[in-house]
Design a protein around this ligand. Structure first.
Ligand SMILES: [Zn+2]
Ligand SMILES: [Zn+2]
Length: 196
């Protein structure tokens, strides 16, 4: 902790899509390691390397901190169901960029940390989500700060109208800026069945 917020650039794997996370720091977002199956399946669906048993690292912050500076027309989005979270990726090379909820008024976005040019800015992992727990429900570690921060950021941005300041949704229509591809359940099952 104690790191001053700083602007951190990010880029998809091929460099076509570029942007900035404004004021990234351990106090402006949460560094999360997510072990859920959908995050892993999303990587495979997007033709990215299999994370295997490793978690997917995300920096959860408010969408008004995320700005695309190049290649915004290459941003695509898919989801594993009509109500599931939106998984934004780069259509150029497939890189999974970020997740958002479907309702832009719940102002939160998680950006994939490997895309960030400065890993140090966001600090260490503070939340481990969906850790495998043989024989039981997946466990969460450090969930309280994560939930609290998400809630307080959401309330703050709702009150101030900051949620309209998002690169992922049209602020007037509230529609996602790219058409959402709902992944065929058979395709998802096929990927699930191939997991080791
Ligand atoms: Zn996940
Ligand atoms: Zn790319």
């Amino acid at each position: 902790m104690g790191k001053a917020p700083r602007d951190v650039s990010f880029s998809c794997g091929c460099g076509t899509v570029q942007g900035i996370v404004r004021g990234a720091s351990p106090s402006t977002g949460t560094h999360v390691a997510c072990y859920c199956t959908d995050c892993r399946v999303a990587e495979l669906y997007a033709d990215q390397p299999d994370p295997l048993s490793k978690p997917v690292h995300l920096f959860q912050t408010s969408p008004d901190r995320i700005v695309f500076t190049q290649g915004a027309d290459r941003i695509a989005v898919f989801s594993f169901g009509p109500r599931n979270i939106l998984r934004w990726h780069a259509s150029c090379c497939g890189s999974v960029l970020a997740n958002t909820l479907r309702n832009p008024k719940i102002a939160f976005a998680s950006i994939r940390t490997p895309l960030l040019s400065d890993q140090d800015a966001i600090g260490k992992v503070v939340t481990k989500a969906f850790m495998p727990n043989p024989g039981g429900k997946p466990k969460h570690k450090g969930m309280t700060p994560f939930v609290w921060r998400m809630f307080s950021q959401t309330v703050a941005s709702r009150l101030s109208g900051h949620w309209r300041n998002t690169p992922f949704f049209n602020p007037e229509t509230l529609e996602p800026v790219a058409p959402v591809t709902v992944v065929d359940p058979d395709r998802r099952r096929e990927i699930m069945a191939s997991l080791r």
